[in-house]
Design a protein around this ligand. Structure first.
Ligand code: COA
Length: 127
């Protein structure tokens, strides 16, 4: 997963994305339920949709808290949110070298489409 702190992962850009109503950031906390509540953030996920298909983005669990089903719980929460806005197809892009993520999504019931190639066009490397 490539982090783009000057581009789409910047604070300004994240706030813009959240404003549109088509994406939801969800956090997993060690205790407490909200950032204001003092819980320690140990994982996060970004669910987004285009009104047709739902996308799972930016799933990450702190290395010290992996293999405790935190990732699974985050993904379930993302799917529930997407379902609540009428989305019935969930998709994710995973780099072919990311073996743990490939295993994670396979085990979560996601079907691998190895006959699809990803194209993108972007304004710059940070976008
Ligand atoms: C992928 C990731 C989110 C999984 O989080 P997690 O909390 O450890 O996942 P869970 O404990 O819910 O795992 C559920 C199942 O997924 C599979 N899985 C998860 N990590 C795995 C790994 N490293 N190797 C093989 N299978 C794995 C297993 O079936 C696992 O069940 P098990 O622990 O009983 O074997 C975590 O490894 C991570 O943050 N990776 C770095 C960021 C990243 O690459 N994100 C994905 C971008 S697409």
């Amino acid at each position: 997963m490539i982090h783009r702190p000057l581009g789409r992962d910047s604070e300004e850009e994240v706030l813009r994305q959240m404003d549109g109503g088509v994406c939801q950031y969800i956090g997993a906390y060690l205790e407490g339920g909200k950032l204001e509540g003092g819980g320690t953030l140990i994982g996060s996920i970004l669910a987004s949709h285009d009104n047709r298909r739902g996308w799972i983005n930016r799933l990450a669990v702190h290395p010290e808290h992996r293999h405790k089903e935190v990732g699974q719980a985050l993904m379930k929460a993302a799917e529930v949110w997407l379902g609540s806005v009428g989305i019935r197809i969930f998709a994710v892009l995973v780099e072919t070298w990311n073996e743990p993520s490939l295993a994670f999504f396979k085990d979560a019931g996601y079907l691998l489409h190895d006959d699809i190639v990803y194209f993108s066009k972007r304004e710059g490397p940070e976008v």
